[in-house]
Write a protein that binds this ligand. Structure first.
Ligand code: C5J
Length: 230
């Protein structure tokens, strides 16, 4: 297969066509503080194993994308060390004694440069893969993601990461409004709340795919292998 080929993968609500030349794998916020035991997510009482289930399917997809030479991008949610990009309204959400910017188990919480803010080692970006540092939930808000995608000729996003109902959903909505075609990989996304994961996916694909499509990594890998074997 070449990058100028077009492909179709079984998806909901209907098969999803894409061209490798104009698609990117966008991996959202697979950060240590959200996923690792002993991180901020666990400190808040969340079961991080619900998120860790996505590591292996993400790893397989990332390996395939890299092998093919297709485009990969990563995001991280976090703030400048001086917290200049942290709105007071975001800082106080949760009314927790420990909030963004405070010392946490892996350094200052959601602060750029701190250990917990970094991406987990299993999915660590290569130097050639753009990492978008975002202060908000959506990856387009106050970042140069749109510019980077347009400069690379990308019109289609395969979206993975955490959490399904927050940063993944927000990013897909933002992308759709900006004219990008999006497909979420169900087993490569997760939430601390399984029912929110299901609802997050259901919202994307409802009403004829109102702002995106949904498939699983196995279906995607199978369709690429079948195509290769043909
Ligand atoms: C993300 C969050 N990445 N849930 N953040 O979804 O606060």
């Amino acid at each position: 297969m070449t990058t100028t080929d077009t492909f179709a993968v079984e998806a909901e609500p209907y098969p999803f066509e894409f061209s490798p030349a104009t698609c990117a794998l966008l991996i959202i916020d697979m950060q240590r503080d959200f996923l690792e035991p002993g991180g901020f997510g666990e400190m808040l009482g969340n079961d991080v194993s619900l998120l860790r289930r996505t590591i292996e399917p993400n790893r397989k997809l990332l390996a395939l994308w890299r092998e093919k030479g297709w485009q990969v991008m990563h995001t991280r949610e976090g703030h400048r060390p001086d917290l200049g990009c942290l709105p007071p309204a975001k800082k106080v959400r949760g009314r927790s004694p420990t909030t963004i910017g405070d010392p946490g188990p892996m350094g200052r919480i959601l602060v750029r440069g701190e250990a917990g803010h970094d991406i987990i080692k299993e999915l660590y970006p290569l130097p050639t893969e753009p990492v978008i540092d975002k202060p908000g939930k959506g990856a387009f808000y106050q970042t140069d993601l749109e510019l980077v995608l347009k400069n690379r000729g990308i019109d289609t996003l395969f979206v993975c990461g955490v959490t399904t109902e927050v940063c993944v959903n927000t990013t897909i909505r933002e992308a759709n409004d900006r004219g990008f075609r999006c497909i979420a990989l169900s087993d490569c996304c997760a939430s601390y709340f399984p029912k929110f994961h299901e609802a997050g996916l259901a919202m994307i694909k409802a009403q004829g795919g109102i702002f995106g499509s949904v498939t699983g990594s196995k279906a995607l890998l199978a369709s690429l292998q079948a195509r290769e074997a043909a």
